[in-house]
Design a protein. Structure first.
Length: 369
């Protein structure tokens, strides 16, 4: 017997269909969406503009259930990281980054990741499953509620980036409804330019996203040639750089006044020479590109090191001289393992074989406080 419907993950049309199945008028969807996403209400009894009989019925057939925060850590720089339990054995990490008047929330889309990028802590955890739409948007809902209830001194959440655990374009059936709720005025009402999806280069997903929900796009590039990117980002063997950039040009046609961000983690003596920068500039010719240079953030067991500051600056200068807009991402939250590439959560691999192949601990590890 199916359980109650979690209304937290239903976008506007899905909510209308739900109330139609109850024999209710479509306007009920707007009422409930506002209660959930504008007022962060989790109780049907508190929805006072609904009749009592409807509230009782909703208690029987529906719920508003977000992931549970089981750990909450604050960095010295104000970055805040939550460990959210999404089921009995798995947790994902979500990061809030205050910066002046802007508050950015980094959201996860999968439990672990199957892409095995060699410089990323998430990839070392294995993969369990996709998050559903309620679990994705629920991170934003729960974080907003926690920040409001705690009276935090920083800004509200103004931007969302799907740059947490997982590859969002391998979970589009759940990511797109979550994005719809983030953009909808009856949901969180964010502008498209304030919602960014980051991909390791899933080309078919880029094309689907362009048709269904074109938000800001970030691409984890990290190398100027296929030979090196095959090692750093193994999905490149399926979708090489030329194929990836062709899809990026198509995506740019949908949002003609917006640049695509290309993320490039700086790895000492691996991808950080001036020649790498010159080849990268040539690769990006004709693409409306902005390069985001990311100082590598170490995690246990990694073989990589961060490029020295002088090397990073020289790399940036080569790109800028070639006319490529380039910024260096400021490292935030590394004292609580909340920086880019450090999110690990708590992932129960789907099989012992997968765990052993990756050298992972098979028995559940204790949750990190």
């Amino acid at each position: 017997m199916p359980g109650p419907t979690n209304l937290l993950g239903l976008p506007r049309e899905g909510m209308r269909e739900f109330f139609a199945s109850l024999g209710e008028k479509p306007f009920r969807a707007a009422q409930v969406l506002k209660w959930i996403h504008h007022r962060h209400t989790a109780s049907f009894d508190a929805m006072t503009d609904l009749g009592k009989a409807l509230r009782v019925r909703l208690d029987m057939v529906a719920e508003i259930r977000a992931p549970e925060a089981v750990a909450d850590r604050v960095s010295m720089d104000g970055t805040r990281k939550w460990l959210f339990r999404v089921d009995g054995g798995n947790c994902v990490e979500t990061v809030y980054i205050p910066d002046g008047h802007r508050g950015t929330l980094c959201v996860s889309s999968q439990i672990g990741c199957a892409l095995n990028c060699t410089f990323c802590a998430t990839a070392q955890q294995g993969f369990n499953r996709n998050l559903d739409a309620a679990e994705i948007v629920g991170q934003l809902w729960a974080a907003s509620r926690i920040l409001a209830d705690s009276g935090h001194p920083g800004p509200d959440i103004t931007n969302v980036v799907l740059m947490g655990m997982g590859e969002p374009l391998l979970n589009l059936d759940n990511v797109v409804p979550a994005l719809d709720l983030m953009l909808d005025d009856l949901g969180f009402g964010l502008a498209r330019k304030r919602v960014t999806l980051s991909t390791a280069g899933v080309v078919p997903g880029i094309r689907v996203l362009a048709r269904r929900c074109p938000v800001s796009l970030a691409v984890s590039l990290h190398a100027p040639d296929d030979a090196l990117r095959d090692v750093l980002v193994p999905i490149n063997r399926k979708y090489p750089i030329d194929t990836l950039l062709a899809a990026c040009r198509e995506f740019a046609d949908v949002l003609p006044r917006q640049k695509i961000t290309f993320e490039y983690v700086m790895l000492d003596a691996v991808n950080d020479t001036p020649e790498h920068a010159r080849r990268l500039a040539r690769r990006l010719s004709g693409v409306p590109a902005k390069v985001n240079l990311i100082p590598f953030n170490a995690f246990p067991g990694t073989r990589y090191r961060r490029s020295p500051a002088a090397v990073l600056e020289r790399f940036r200068d080569v790109l800028m001289a070639a006319g490529v807009m380039t910024i260096t991402r400021k490292t935030r939250g590394d004292d609580i393992d909340a920086a880019c590439g450090q999110l690990a959560g708590h992932v129960v691999p789907r099989s012992r074989r997968v765990a052993e192949r990756r050298g992972l601990q098979v028995a559940p590890a204790p949750l990190r406080a």
